[in-house]
Design a protein. Structure first.
Length: 310
């Protein structure tokens, strides 16, 4: 399944049409197509003086204007990005001028809200014991493919980012692995069920042959990575799983565990909404790269790419 998803995503990124091919594909005359290009109304890119049209974005463009009979018209979701918290994403929502708000409740809760039409997109980072961690970037694709009620899903890459252990300065208990945490009886700050970081912790527990009852946990769970970092900074816990950016912001030590894809999941009709296009357009901006470098722990190689579309 992972290999098929990789091939599909590659095809989506690489399948471009010429002007004549695109006109035939969308059943328009070339003159009308040029009018749409001139007005910026159709997805395209100019390379070496020639216009190229990504086939899959043409599909999304057509579907975004799909008319439905009265009574089954899908209401536009509110301009909110739900799901996982991320410092770089929250900064991007503000600085891009997209008008999108954030509602950070964890990956699973964000997807649930997306399915109910309560948010325009969900920021996700799935982990599963069934998927090797070296392929963790594809866990999002596998999870989205299996989601019920999202036959029109689009997964847009935001960044790859580092997840690992957050620790007090100097790592006084010398914690580098989950085995170290279990062996030392260290108190671990945890996240709520359904949060991506908590999914990762469950993978680590499975790999170590341990269970939640074997952990000395801080209660109640922390609702975001920054909340977890604050708990460690205040001495309430010895460690926890979050991003490198969260560690740096709180002045904590960091031990990397995995590099994961952090993606934006949305429906096809939301992809071409002005607010979402504003955010996606900002993803490639030089200012975002500068901010990612300041926060640390980000790789922007997949930013803006359509990693999966149903």
């Amino acid at each position: 399944m992972i290999e098929q998803a990789q091939k599909y995503a590659y095809k989506c990124k690489m399948d471009f049409l010429t002007t004549s091919e695109a006109a035939e594909y969308v059943r328009l005359g070339e003159r009308k197509l040029y009018e749409l290009v001139t007005s910026g109304a159709i997805p395209c890119s100019k390379v070496a003086g020639k216009w190229l049209f990504p086939r899959h974005e043409l599909d999304l463009w057509v579907l975004s204007g799909l008319a439905r009979p009265a009574g089954v018209t899908a209401a536009d979701p509110p301009p909110i990005v739900g799901g996982s918290q991320d410092d770089l994403l929250e900064w991007s929502l503000r600085e891009s001028g997209s008008g999108l708000a954030s509602l950070t409740e964890g990956t699973a809760r964000g997807v649930e809200r997306l399915q109910r039409g309560e948010v325009m997109a969900a920021a996700i980072h799935f982990h599963s014991p069934a998927i090797p961690e070296e392929s963790a970037g594809d866990a999002n694709v596998g999870a989205v493919r299996a989601l019920p009620g999202l036959h029109d899903a689009v997964l847009v890459g935001f960044a790859r980012r580092e997840q690992g252990f957050l620790l007090p300065p100097g790592n006084p208990k010398q914690l580098h692995t989950l085995s170290d945490v279990l062996g030392a009886g260290a108190k671990m700050a945890v996240r709520q069920p359904g949060a991506g970081a908590q999914m990762l912790l469950e993978v680590l527990l499975t790999q170590a042959g341990a269970a939640h009852k074997d952990l000395r946990r801080l209660e109640p769970p922390c609702l975001t990575g920054p909340d977890l970092a604050s708990a460690i900074r205040a001495g309430k816990a010895d460690c926890g799983v979050a991003t490198r950016a969260a560690a740096k912001s709180a002045g904590l030590d960091f031990v990397p565990l995995v590099s994961e894809n952090f993606d934006l999941l949305m429906r096809q009709r939301s992809y071409f909404r002005p607010s979402m296009q504003t955010l996606i357009g900002f993803i490639g901006h030089k200012r975002l790269k500068q901010r990612a470098s300041e926060l640390t722990g980000y790789d922007l190689a997949p930013s803006g790419q359509i990693r999966f579309a149903a």
